[in-house]
Design a protein around this ligand. Sequence first.
Ligand SMILES: Cc1ncc(COP(=O)(O)O)c(C=O)c1O
Length: 417
Amino acid sequence: MDFFSYEDGTYRCEGLSLEDIAARHGTPAYVYSEKTVTDHFRKLDEALAPVPHVICYSVKTNSNLTILSHMASLGSGFDIVSGGELFRVQSAGGDPGRVVFAGVGKTREEIHRAVEAGILMFNIESLPEAELISQVASEAGRDVRVAVRINPDVAADTHDYITTGKKETKFGLPLARGLEVFQAIGRMPRLSPVGVHCHIGSQITELNPFTEALQKIGPLITRLREEGFDIRYLNFGGGLGIIYHDEAPSTAARFADSILPRVRPLNVELLIEPGRFVVGNAGVLLMRVIYIKETDAKRFAIVDAGMNDLIRPTLYGAYHEILPVRPRASRKVTYDVVGPVCESGDFFAKDRSLDELQAGDLVAIKSAGAYGFVMASNYNTRPKPPELWVTGGSVRVARRRETLEDLVAAEMDALKT
Ligand SMILES: Cc1ncc(COP(=O)(O)O)c(C=O)c1O
């Protein structure tokens, strides 16, 4: 469940009025609900309780330090894809011993940082990468645990850009080469191959792709054990979908019911890397209508947030619900909700029927907690919005609004020479 709702005529986060939040902190602004994050994490944790497991929250989804610190306090581990994300986990007080590191392009520096930090394991995506990890680990005099990311060639029925388990994608190594890859890695100094990793995509609303992937991965684990590999972990990735519009995604309980009967006989510690499921519905992007503009063809609601703040609608054609913070209960009107950025792709909704809006109105874009702020940019020299963390009845500024000075700071030295 999420903790956003209408009460006394205004939209609220954990009971706090978004009008008050906008008055105090300005717009646009991301507003996150701690209770929602906690609820989602706990639901998954409880559903997986019948097997030994670690939830490794996927840092890429929303990497704000306050969220990472909260996840650590809930007992979460972390899934990272860069040295930068490891730095964030460490800065937030997360335990590197509960960090798994995926990604097809890990550099020597990133590997070195992770080896020195003593992460739980690397998810290896290619043999050249394994060789480099072995080299770096040898130089550092450290043994490292690795899992091999297997690409099971399963269709996830989601957007092409977030499908990762089909053989045409750049991710993982083919199932059919699994044994051979483990044998090669087993011969590399300082590497202990202890796990199999598989992440088939994101915003997956059906259970079939997960069970199909497991049906393919399970026999590989059995085979590897027969060949003498000490496989102790199955990392099943993330991907659980959420409701943006009219999806009917699986619940944590149904997900667990469908995978656990196949996981239990494997006798492994289960790792999973959820991101969107934990934080997606825990955030809104709060913005204000600047103008209403009517042309022969369209009626535009021009808001003060843009594609640089939330790129999902234009990048993925993603649907986000748009709610007036104080509905007027007047007539419905069809709008294109667009930002100020100089691109026709700068929109949040097209031909959307909404309660009639006026300049000055506040609106909230729902389900903006995942892949929202983390994908924000400064395009058009627009400062990034603040991230506001609603906790225990008050608002904490988890990231302040950027200033124009922030935006030029890294360039000023060039003018001094
Ligand atoms: C390796 C890996 N694990 C986990 C995730 C998180 O996925 P989601 O946010 O769909 O749970 C991703 C994102 O695509 C990923 O690439």
